[in-house]
Design a protein around this ligand. Structure first.
Ligand SMILES: Nc1ncnc2c1ncn2[C@@H]1O[C@H](COP(=O)(O)OP(=O)(O)O)[C@@H](O)[C@H]1O
Ligand SMILES: O=C(CO)[C@@H](O)[C@H](O)[C@H](O)[C@H](O)COP(=O)(O)O
Length: 478
């Protein structure tokens, strides 16, 4: 019997790590089967390593992210892992972490299979980081890119560190996103490799020339020697340097992909589909026609931006900073209030009760603008609640209004009418904040009256695997 083509897909998200085992299935309408999947909360939030980052700093402990990854791999069927012939990796874009070449991890051979643990690495400064004030961003050089630079973008964070913590940078000689790091460790890469999807999310990257704005950065004192080499999205990064949780040594590994692009790749079946992802954040994306090129002068006030996809095509994306993280903040607030009142309640219980209560509350006049983190195009628009009446104060009312506010905020960035004009005929939902929340699903269907279907809650991991399967492993043995 021919060996199975089993591909391992990984998504290193902001809240959780997801892994999926995917197999080519020509007989299936989708062409593939998800054989197994796993998700593990990373719980990686950590205090900023640089005190100067202040309360707006948002960093994650890389060891906890890798621990969640290891837990996912350990939970997948060993037999299937031994049949893996390719690995696709995706993750939270924009963020940046640092490591020392050849010292970024330590492989331990003690257990059933070698595993790597991070060594000589920094925290991950994530896309939610707010240390770069508007004044600081205004002091930076204008990028030669169609995307403006925002706080939490890798190059902005590196500029900030070079100006506020220069000693910190002297300890490292490699940088990348968390998913670039994992690929580099799995393959033992001498230098970090990055595809245009992630490079564009850092700022100061020209997607037309596929190159960093080296001259602009160099003349501004940016440590350009740190910048990763660029590779095409969907290309190979290398092969695993060791066996890993049963995955054979020498397994091909793709260059790491953006989580959004990987989710779109797994959900978008027709060019007329729009993909609405609600995870920690929210994105509404649809594909632009081949040959489309975004205007080269970025407009920081534009709610829709254009993300590189595959083969020099672009996605039109409304990317909100306020998605599942707003619900998580509300849940955290409730748990804290109940603790202050001497009551101990677990977060999953609160999620379950509030979603059930809102499902019974089909409508509300309470109106919530949920933007506790502002938006990149409206940084000063923080959250607000209006139309509060004594009859609309139940948990069901507030949760319904919160879910509606998250979806309406996205709709204000990319309205149903605009999608219709672009030829969109269907919306595919993705992301586990959406898949676990019937009320959010109802509000999506209310705001976007298209036929709506919902993907799986490991869409980016499946997408990363499919890219590997369709762009590398269906080709002849190289
Ligand atoms: N028990 C739960 N029930 C419903 N929603 C949840 C639950 N736990 C977390 N969530 C939501 O899921 C979101 C995280 O989704 P996830 O897909 O893990 O994010 P990411 O891909 O960004 O890591 C949280 O921000 C929260 O809103
Ligand atoms: O902020 C944008 C785009 O600018 C998002 O697409 C961003 O890439 C994602 O929210 C981050 O990658 C985080 O994704 P997730 O952890 O919310 O899945």
């Amino acid at each position: 019997m021919a060996a199975r083509s089993v591909i391992l897909g990984i998504d290193l998200g902001t809240t959780s790590v997801k892994a999926a085992l995917v197999e080519s299935a020509p007989g299936d309408p989708s062409g593939f089967l998800v054989l197994a999947s796993c998700a593990r909360a990373a719980r990686a939030e950590a205090a900023a390593q640089s005190a100067a980052a202040g309360p707006q700093g948002r960093e994650q402990d890389v060891s906890r992210i890798i621990q969640a990854l290891n837990e996912c791999l350990a939970a997948l069927p060993q037999q299937l892992l031994q049949e893996v012939c390719g690995i696709g990796v995706s993750g939270q874009m924009h963020g940046v972490m640092f490591w020392k070449t050849d010292q970024g991890c330590e492989w331990t051979e003690g257990g059933a299979s070698p595993v790597f643990e991070p060594r000589a690495v920094s925290h991950l400064v994530t896309w939610q980081d707010g240390r770069c004030s508007s004044e600081f961003l205004a002091s930076l050089p204008r990028p030669e890119s169609h995307l403006s630079v925002a706080s939490g973008f890798g190059c902005a964070t590196i500029f900030w560190l070079s100006k506020n913590s220069p000693e910190f940078l002297k300890s490292y000689d490699a940088v990348g996103t968390i998913h670039d790091y994992v690929v580099a460790m799995l393959c033992g890469l001498p230098r970090s490799l990055m595809c245009d999807q992630n490079a564009a999310s850092w700022g100061y990257f020209n997607t037309q020339s596929q190159s960093w704005n080296l001259e602009i950065l160099r003349t501004s004192g940016f440590p350009i020697h740190l910048l990763p080499d660029i590779a095409e999205a969907g290309s190979l990064a290398g092969r695993t340097s060791r066996a890993w949780f049963g995955v054979p040594k020498g397994t091909r590994v793709g260059v790491a992909l953006g989580d959004l692009q990987a989710s779109v790749y797994s959900c978008m079946a027709q060019r007329t589909d729009a993909v609405l992802n609600i995870s920690t954040s929210v994105q509404l994306a649809t594909s632009m026609p081949p040959g489309f090129q975004p205007a080269q002068t970025p407009d920081p006030t534009a709610p829709v931006t254009y993300f590189p996809y595959f083969d020099r095509t672009y996605l039109a994306v409304a990317a909100s900073l306020n998605g599942g993280n707003v619900l998580a903040a509300f849940v955290h607030m409730l748990v804290q209030w109940m603790a202050d009142l001497g009551l101990e309640v677990e977060e999953p219980t609160v999620y379950s009760c509030m979603i059930q209560a809102a499902a019974q509350q089909r409508d509300t006049c309470l109106t919530i603008t949920p933007t506790v983190w502002g938006e990149r195009h409206l940084p000063d628009q923080l959250a607000s609640v209006t139309r509060i009446s004594s009859s609309d104060l139940s948990l069901g009312h507030v949760t319904r209004a919160l879910c509606r506010g998250i979806v309406q905020n996205l709709h204000s960035m990319l309205p149903f009418q605009q999608l219709k004009e672009w030829g969109v005929e269907r919306v595919i939902g993705s992301g586990s904040a959406l898949s676990r929340n019937e009320v959010l699903k109802q509000e999506v269907q209310r705001a976007f009256p298209f036929p709506v279907s919902f993907g799986q809650d490991v869409d980016a991991a499946v997408g990363a695997a499919l890219v590997m399967l369709r762009r590398n492993l269906n080709q002849k043995e190289s």
